[in-house]
Ligand binder design. Structure first.
Ligand code: HPA
Length: 290
């Protein structure tokens, strides 16, 4: 059933945009501005796409933007579905299944996350090395449709290692180039701000932020950053054989790590502050993918 629905959605998308889409990008809270980078864009509101749901969270626009970034055809999900909004998990991951049926080989998942790791600063980016699924749900539960993928998919390398190397190398170059530019302008030696770290993302159901006791527990379990998305989409993408990159914007320190309380507005504001760095990194990475 789901497969036929994904085919319908894919066919509809193809009828609006006939280019072969190489990369799909899912934009997290406060990170929606990247969609403006797409040239010659075709914009489709989610309501128009068969079997897509509509987005209810502030900061998520709810439209699919198809266009070119660095000359490469991309599909950008400006707004995603979260399980905490009340959707079934199949609805949350439906766009990824549609991308899979469309033949999209690469998926970049982005999100806003709270840091458990005290070495990560607010406003920095975390490349997802691996994840922990504590959402209590799994998008692959139920009868397996082999047309999507195997019953028991391997999850040894959810986030493609060769792509992780690309992200790290591009982020490093960006940091070095920025310092060199500042040095040339000021004539003074500048320290290099390496804004990208690598870590483990832990997916939780939300929608409340965690308690300090939960944060202490999650740190012991090996989490570096916490969020309410991404994991189900990554599992679905691996099921259909897509290669995945995950990037978290560290919008706040997790509860109890600092004395601050956490607001959705703060999450959005931090996302907006890193927008330029984030957009440039995505552009550069997209240009380098297979
Ligand atoms: N916890 C969970 N999800 C989040 C957070 C957080 O601190 N910040 C942004 N998304």
């Amino acid at each position: 059933m789901n497969y036929e629905k994904a085919v319908e959605a894919a066919e509809f998308i193809r009828s609006k945009y006939s280019q072969e889409i190489k990369v799909a990008v899912v934009l997290g809270s406060g990170l929606g501005a990247f969609a403006d980078e797409a040239k010659n864009a075709v914009v489709i509101p989610y309501e128009e796409i068969p079997h897509f749901s509509s987005s209810t969270v502030e900061g998520h626009a709810g439209r699919l933007v198809l266009g070119e970034v660095e000359g490469i055809s991309v599909a950008v999900q400006q707004g995603r579905f979260h399980y905490y909004e009340g959707y079934e998990i199949a609805q949350v991951v439906f766009p990824v299944r549609a991308f899979g049926v469309l033949g999209v080989k690469n998926l970049i998942l982005t999100n806003a996350a709270g840091s458990v790791n005290t070495d990560f600063a607010q406003g920095s980016l975390m490349l997802i090395r691996d994840h922990i699924n504590l959402t209590g749900v799994n998008p692959l539960r139920g009868i397996n449709d082999e047309r999507f993928g195997a019953r028991f998919p391997d999850m040894t390398e959810v986030y493609a290692l060769d792509y992780q190397e690309i992200v790290i190398s591009e982020a490093k170059k960006m940091a070095q180039e920025k310092a060199a530019r500042k040095e040339a302008e000021s004539g003074q030696k500048q320290s290099i701000n390496y804004f990208l770290r690598r870590g483990v993302y832990c997916g939780l159901i939300g929608p409340n932020y965690e308690t300090p006791a939960e944060v202490r527990m999650l740190r012991q379990l090996g989490a570096d950053a916490l969020g309410m998305s991404t994991v189900a989409e990554a599992i679905t993408a691996r099921h259909v054989g897509m290669k995945v990159i995950g990037i978290s914007c560290i919008t706040n320190m997790a509860a109890g790590i600092s004395d601050d309380v956490i607001h959705h507005e703060e999450v959005m504001e931090t996302g907006a502050k890193v927008a330029e760095t984030f957009k440039e990194l995505l552009r550069r990475v997209i240009a380098k993918l297979d």
